[in-house]
Design a protein around this ligand. Structure first.
Ligand code: ISE
Length: 340
């Protein structure tokens, strides 16, 4: 029998998830598209062949014809809607970040711990990206020797108008906080944040440069530049004792035109990470079917770790100094292999 999915939030990511489900997720059925705007919900439902539309997210999560939920609404709703899914006993694939506040992440963790299983798979899709997977596999296989450093660049064309100065750290950088932690298999000990004085720091999406130290002695640096102008560009290099691995994006063509040779950039992250989203959503469907949490996927604890790095990053920026990152003790549920 098909798994009946509700998508909450019909913006850019909700629409993209609906398309992935419709085109690439055999065994899943788009049951409901829910959005505060009925027109937006209807448009996505019509484009992707969903059965129904709704405007109330909590009612949608509780509906008896919904087996699992995909949360793609604005950041501040992620934790409350995850809690509602847990309360309804339904697995949820929640877009990142779980929350911009560690307090809210801990509430989700407490709710899952109370029920003795994981419900929330977090949309840190880069864990499923073939280039990061290969980087991690090379490290795990010992090919690079011990990891020493990881360099990360994250550039968007232009920050959305609603992007506050802090969102480079709380909305964009969590991808790097999570994926570097995932690749290295290490937690963070401290963070320092810098801003180039040549740009106006109050400007929407002003760039930041961060340096994190891991508990196992590596340095991780992260550039976030949400007004890079030229294209969506994510780069990463893992440096080990014996060599390094550099990420390659999925480039399908090279142009030779007008005395130039070049490749094209996408305007946003969806083409760059299309395969990662597809694999992530497949893993979620398998999780709903089997109850076994995907070993690669991020869970609520990983969401807490990313939020803690972001919160500490904001404190480091305000203080103008290096801030220690002090983690809570990891509950036993999240120490187990990712079984339910
Ligand atoms: C956005 O929310 C995303 O998740 C994108 O993957 C990221 O590149 C962008 O910086 C974020 O704002």
């Amino acid at each position: 029998m098909s798994i009946r999915l509700a998508i909450v939030g019909a913006g850019v990511m909700g629409a993209d998830h609906a398309r992935i489900v419709a085109e690439n997720l055999p065994g899943a059925k788009l049951q409901v598209i829910c959005d505060a705007s009925p027109e937006r919900a209807r448009k996505v439902a019509d484009d992707c062949g969903a059965v129904d539309v709704a405007t109330d997210s909590l009612d949608t999560i509780r509906r008896s014809d919904v087996d699992a939920v995909l949360i793609a609404s604005p950041d501040e709703t992620h934790a409350p809607l995850s809690l509602a899914a847990i309360e309804a006993g339904k697995p949820a694939l929640c877009e990142k970040p779980l929350s911009q506040s560690t307090r809210e992440c801990l509430a989700v963790i407490e709710a899952e711990t109370g029920r003795g299983r994981r419900f929330v798979q977090l949309g840190f899709m880069r864990r499923f990206d073939p280039s990061y997977a290969e980087m991690k596999a090379a490290l795990d296989a010992g090919a690079l020797g011990r990891a020493i450093m990881m360099h990360n660049f994250h550039r968007n064309v232009e920050a959305p108008a609603n992007f506050t100065g802090q969102m480079a750290i709380t909305n964009s950088a969590p991808h790097e906080f999570d994926v570097a932690r995932f690749v290295l298999g290490a937690d963070y000990r401290s963070i320092s944040v810098f801003q180039p004085s040549v740009v106006d720091a109050s400007k929407t999406g002003a760039p930041v440069f961060m340096v994190l130290e891991t508990t196992t002695g590596q340095l991780v640096n992260v550039e976030i530049n949400n007004n890079a102008a030229y294209g969506y560009d994510v780069r990463g290099e893992l440096v080990g004792e014996k060599g390094s691995v550099f990420l390659n994006g999925p480039i399908h063509a090279r142009y030779h035109l007008s005395m130039q040779s070049f490749e094209r950039y996408a305007a946003d992250w969806r083409p760059r990470f299309a395969e990662a989203y597809r694999l992530q959503n497949r893993a979620f469907l398998e999780f709903v079917r089997s109850g076994v949490f995907p070993s690669v996927a991020a869970d609520a604890w990983d969401g807490y770790c990313a939020a803690l790095a972001a919160e500490s990053g904001l404190a480091a920026l305000a203080a103008g100094s290096r801030i220690a990152i002090a983690m809570q003790v990891k509950p036993a549920l999240y120490r187990r292999s990712k079984q339910p």
